[in-house]
Design a protein around this ligand. Sequence first.
Ligand SMILES: CC(C)(COP(=O)(O)OP(=O)(O)OC[C@H]1O[C@@H](n2cnc3c(N)ncnc32)[C@H](O)[C@@H]1OP(=O)(O)O)[C@@H](O)C(=O)NCCC(=O)NCCS
Length: 147
Amino acid sequence: MVEYSLRPALEVESDVIRDLIHLVGINPTGLDWRRFLVAVTPQGQVIACGQLKPHGRDLLELASIAVHPEYRSLGLARAVIERLLDGSPRPLYLTCVSSLGPFYERFGFYALKPDEMPRYFRRLSQLAGLVFTLAKRGETLLVMKLQ
Ligand SMILES: CC(C)(COP(=O)(O)OP(=O)(O)OC[C@H]1O[C@@H](n2cnc3c(N)ncnc32)[C@H](O)[C@@H]1OP(=O)(O)O)[C@@H](O)C(=O)NCCC(=O)NCCS
């Protein structure tokens, strides 16, 4: 059990969010603090975060879901995701490594075939460097959608 509250990020937390994203090793681009939801301990430590990230006017991505390693498997990611999904526009997209597919399916996301992907995500999923890096870990990149 961990005591925390969920709230929109503050400007002073911008660097902390960036540090958390770097620590967990996910996409470090497009980290505008104004879009972020954070989970914060009573002492003010940011222990998890996530955002809804727009790509142009039509695409919205559930992104930057990150939980500090010391606070994993406590339901923090689930809490952040459920709050972000609550009342958000649809459809919503995300990208993740294939091993996380079942985790996101629990929220109603399903994996898209290449010909079902919006162009932005299809091109992303075909980036040679990314495909190669993931293949070395026995993973593929999933593009998932929530209607
Ligand atoms: C993935 C991540 C966000 C999960 O955070 P969390 O707070 O531990 O997740 P929850 O407690 O809400 O849910 C835990 C469940 O998620 C699933 N899960 C978590 N990490 C997983 C992984 N690497 N592979 C497969 N399933 C995973 C499991 O089903 C797990 O259940 P368990 O705790 O009984 O094993 C966290 O491990 C993390 O920050 N990872 C690094 C960054 C990342 O990959 N972010 C996702 C980008 S798409």
